[in-house]
Design a protein around this ligand. Structure first.
Ligand code: ASP
Length: 313
């Protein structure tokens, strides 16, 4: 058995996306809860052994990317062209190194790819076909597209395609489409923070659409001085609110806790926004924070004192 480090402020929080409830979710609640629990456990086990927040975040996100119930990696939503286009980002609060990838295909675990980019961080943000070539050069595992497409997402695509029946050329009516994302934030025994996010995006979206999840400062942000944050919701709104950085900056400017900062940005500042917003975070003192304005947000957390899994409010 490995060395068990006396626990400092270690903590992990994961989310599996905020948005509307659905019959499918209600039918599969236990699978969703199990998936969140697996992700929390994967990350926490690393922290418990003295591993880094960055490794814990990767492990938690990877576990959800491999889980077909969540919209990231296997189980990603399909674009209106019937393809999978994934976005992901990661940030290490210790040195502010980050990696990001938009509209990537075939990469089994986009979070591992962006973590690899974050090692150096001089080539920080990649997209499109060249991202796949770079991933292959870096030895990142790839899969044929069929690996990512679940029956549930294919059915959702077919349903939208029939409704749409070639009416709209530019599919910018993203609101009220189903969307999903996974993310994790952690603090390790040394007090380092990290955040990561990964998504298959919005169902039946315009091919080439990029949401917030690949954007540093929007879907993902981490700085040891303030907080690590991962966001979810309607990307087009998250982007204009620079959501993750907005939350961290609230701590910097007011000295509040992460829960107060997330509440302020999501529930106060944006209370009149007709869109889904959700965020999880951990601050430099090891406090955790979670808030969302949608019907549900899959989420789970484990700290020294506390743990839990929830879907609804
Ligand atoms: N933020 C993601 C996007 O807009 C979707 C989500 O979080 O559910 O692509």
């Amino acid at each position: 058995m490995g060395r068990i480090v006396p626990m400092g402020h270690i903590a992990i929080v994961v989310h599996g996306g905020a948005g509307d409830d659905s019959e499918y979710i209600v039918k599969h609640i236990s699978e969703y809860e199990e998936g969140i629990n697996d992700a929390v456990t994967a990350g926490y086990n690393i922290l418990k052994k003295g591993g880094s927040a960055l490794d814990a975040v990767e492990a938690a996100v990877m576990s959800l990317e491999n889980n077909p119930f969540f919209n990231a990696g296997k189980g990603s939503a399909l674009t209106a062209a019937g393809h999978v286009e994934m976005c992901s980002s990661i940030m290490d609060g210790k040195n502010k190194k980050a990696g990001a990838a938009a509209i990537v295909t075939n990469i089994r675990n986009p979070i591992s790819f962006v973590k690899e980019l974050a090692k150096d961080s001089t080539l920080l943000y990649l997209g499109g076909d060249e991202a796949l070539e770079t991933a292959k050069d870096l030895g990142i595992k790839t899969e044929p597209e069929a690996y990512f497409i679940t029956e549930h997402q294919w059915d959702a695509f077919e349903k939208e395609r029939k409704k749409d029946a070639g009416k709209s050329k530019v599919l910018n009516k993203y609101l009220k489409r189903q969307h999903g994302t996974v993310g994790a934030v952690a603090i390790d025994v040394e007090g380092n923070l990290a955040a990561g996010t990964s998504t298959g995006g919005t169902e039946y979206c315009q091919p080439g659409r990029i949401g917030d999840s690949s954007m540093i400062g929007v879907g993902t942000y981490a700085d040891n001085k303030t907080a690590a944050v991962s966001c979810t919701g309607d990307g087009e709104y998250l982007i204009t609110e620079v959501l993750a950085y907005n939350i961290a900056a609230t701590i910097e400017h007011t000295g509040c806790t992460i829960q107060e900062a997330i509440d302020e940005v999501i529930l106060v500042k944006n209370k009149d926004r007709a869109c889904d917003l959700g965020a999880i975070g951990v601050d430099a003192k090891g406090n955790i924070g979670i808030a969302f304005n949608s019907e549900r947000m899959f989420r789970g957390w484990r700290t020294r004192e506390d743990s839990g899994i929830k879907i609804y409010k």
